[in-house]
Design a protein around this ligand. Structure first.
Ligand code: SAH
Length: 241
């Protein structure tokens, strides 16, 4: 059997024997760019049904069809971890979304804090980055990227059973703090903007019953580095690593 290297995220249901029509972009990528011919194998996933090996049955210029042969992997859900971050410059925000998807965040939520510089994001672009990251890292799940909301509004309807990790550059110590709460199932991580949190935000967050404050070490990290470090710390302490 020829090895299937290309992974494609599709929107249709996947099941053995199912034929999947390709849209113009997908057909262009598979047949124009990657030069696949009928009978070539690809891997498909849709974020719900796991991963399927599929065979090209029609390869047109701007359309085509593939047929699901067999499931190659079941759906693997990430742990129940959200990432809340304050958007920074475009390329760095793209990096944050890509890394969060690769590192197993289940939901990615841009939030606007007092010192957030960009109050506008292209949610569709960021969602596409999360999807590409899942395609690339053999994920079978695509984290949802929500539209940007004010941090206050997010906290106002915060689910009471979810613990929020407030990454505060003014503190020391983290791993033990998290280990002590290993009975909690649902988590979220909050990373601030380049300007950090305001005193008011810091006081408000510190007083919330569902907030755990942690430090990410003695050096002040850039926001995009802090995202990767916090996800690593959480995954290796409480997650699926
Ligand atoms: N301008 C701020 C730093 C902001 S860093 C200052 O100089 O004080 C951006 C975000 O990354 C912070 O809001 C925090 O959430 C996170 N962060 C960076 N370094 C950290 C550290 N050592 N411990 C905990 N959080 C950190």
């Amino acid at each position: 059997m020829k090895e299937a290297k290309i992974r494609l995220c599709v929107t249709q249901d996947l099941a053995e024997g199912q034929t999947i029509p390709l849209d113009q972009n997908q057909a262009h990528y598979l047949f124009g760019v990657m030069r696949l011919k009928p009978a070539a194998r690809v891997l498909l996933f849709n974020g719900l049904d796991g991963e399927y090996l599929a065979e090209v049955v029609e390869a047109g210029k701007c359309k085509g069809r593939v047929k699901c042969l067999e499931q190659t992997r079941p759906l693997q859900m990430p742990p129940d971890l959200w990432l809340l971050f304050s958007p920074i410059k475009k390329a760095r925000t793209d990096f944050i979304v890509e890394k969060a998807a690769e590192m197993g965040a289940a939901r990615i939520m841009p939030v606007q804090t007092r010192f957030t510089k960009s109050d506008h994001i292209r949610q569709d672009r960021l969602q596409a980055h999360a999807l590409e990251a899942a395609e690339q890292c053999r994920g079978t799940y695509v984290p949802e990227v929500t539209d940007i909301r004010k941090l206050d509004a997010v906290l106002a309807d915060w689910p009471s059973d979810r613990q929020l990790i407030f990454c505060d550059e003014a503190l020391i110590g983290a791993k033990e703090t998290l280990q002590a709460q290993s009975d909690i199932q649902k988590w979220a991580i909050l990373i601030g903007p380049e300007g950090g949190f305001s005193d008011e935000e810091r006081a408000k967050l510190s007083a919330l019953p569902y907030v755990t404050k942690i430090s990410l070490g003695p050096r002040i990290l850039r926001a995009d580095t802090a995202v990767v470090v916090a996800l690593t710390l959480w995954q290796s302490t409480l997650g699926d690593w």
